[in-house]
Design a protein around this ligand. Structure first.
Ligand code: KG4
Ligand code: ZN
Length: 377
């Protein structure tokens, strides 16, 4: 059982991929500190996260990141109610660094340890910032869309505060963010690709290249009505377009120019792209956003959800936010996004997701390990 006078303070720790993060959150909503040490530059040369390098970097960064989070929050370790850590899904070695550290810290402090599903964390990044009140008949629909995931969940409150989730859609191949990253790499842009495509797309014509998404046959028909996604086809279609239009030369020049220009921001790179490239970027983004929107709103209608939450790194995308807000307004639905800082991986969302579990006395067993394939719902 939780103590009779909780301080409300939870230290969250997140190390599932390439961000080492720690945050102190009070009562599941008030962010006192939110420190993220990004490894983006370390992995940029490889165009993707290198698991072994990520684990070593977490090991190097975790202690200073936690120390900064505690200092910035202005609280002592003895004031914490609990330590919360991402249990999965994610990279096994990366998760293990956070979990082993958190276990040792919680044990040393004599405080409870709470294991959090990273995907539930992304959902709480929105819930902690906007009061949503689902009922049994009217669940929330959450789209979690990032570099590793594209999932749709129906979220319900069971009892006073425990959230339950049912997965009603997932990608059958690449995640949407992965498609952004791969297409950006293919076009000689920087890593991660999402912000580059987001910054450049407004300079192109989104109707120039007509990309199509086929309906996905449900892989798990026993799980009922599904709204699955597939993003590997569009990546191949972009590759074919590049080959058919002999764009390799201009791509190589752009890649070399960006390598020599340190600190070039995505929105400033338009001068390095010809009209065909900008149109391709705008058309790719329009097609991905349209597909995310179509599946999400179809699922909302099918399940009677009146509120939609969008979270994960791709939720930082400006076109996606604009299109989702416009569609929700037309349909009379509510849509909520996290602040941009809480869209990508962070530990405030882990501490926020842990708060209702702490109040319910749901702590992690001593045997908790890394769960790279952990599912939600
Ligand atoms: O949630 P996140 O930080 O890590 C994962 O759990 O994957 O998401 C990272 C992903 C990357 O694929 C990145 O390209 C994408 O989010 N991303 C974006 C934007 N900012 C980040 N995608 C589209 N538009 C953006 N503005
Ligand atoms: Zn994430």
């Amino acid at each position: 059982m939780p103590p009779s006078h909780p301080s409300g303070l939870i230290l969250g720790i997140e190390s599932s991929c390439d961000e080492t993060a720690a945050a102190v959150v009070r009562n599941g909503t008030e962010v006192l500190s939110n420190i993220v040490a990004s490894q983006v530059t370390l992995h940029a040369d490889y165009g993707g996260v290198v698991p072994e390098l990520a684990s070593r970097e977490h090991l190097r960064n975790l202690v200073p990141v936690v120390r900064s989070a505690m200092l910035e929050a202005g609280v002592g370790f003895d004031q914490l109610d609990a330590v919360a850590v991402t249990e999965g899904p994610g990279l096994a070695g990366a998760l293990l660094v956070g979990i082993l550290y958190s276990k040792a810290l919680a044990f040393g402090l004599g405080k409870p340890l709470i294991g959090i599903n990273h995907l539930e964390g992304h959902i709480h990044a929105v819930l902690m910032q906007s009061a949503q009140a689902p009922t049994r008949d009217n669940p929330l629909l959450a789209l979690v869309v990032s570099g590793g995931h594209t999932h749709l969940y129906l979220a319900r409150l069971s009892g006073a505060r425990i959230w339950t989730y049912r997965n009603v859609g997932r990608t059958v191949d690449d995640a949407a963010g992965e498609a952004y990253d791969k297409v950006a790499k293919l076009l000689g842009l920087g890593y991660p690709g999402g912000p580059w495509i987001d910054g450049l797309a407004p300079h192109g014509d989104p109707s120039a290249v007509p990309f199509q998404f086929n309906q996905i046959k449900p892989r798990e028909p026993s799980r009922g009505l599904r709204f699955d996604f597939s993003f590997s086809g569009i990546k191949t279609a972009v590759l074919r377009y590049v080959q058919a239009n002999q764009m390799a030369g201009s791509i190589a020049l752009r890649r070399a120019a960006l390598e020599s220009l340190s600190g070039c921001k995505p929105a400033e790179a338009a001068g390095l792209c010809d009209a065909m490239t900008l149109n391709l970027i705008a058309s790719f983004q329009a097609a991905v956003v349209k597909n995310l929107l179509r599946q999400t709103f179809a699922a909302a209608e099918a399940f009677g959800a009146e509120s939609i939450l969008v979270s994960g790194g791709v939720a930082a995308n400006r076109e996606l936010r604009r299109r989702f807000a416009a569609e929700a307004a037309v349909r009379g639905l509510a849509v909520a996004f996290p602040s941009v800082a809480l869209s990508t991986d962070n530990a405030a969302m882990i501490a926020a997701a842990a708060w209702p579990k702490f109040l319910a006395g749901e702590t992690a067993p001593e045997s908790m390990g890394a769960e790279p394939q952990l599912r939600l719902g």
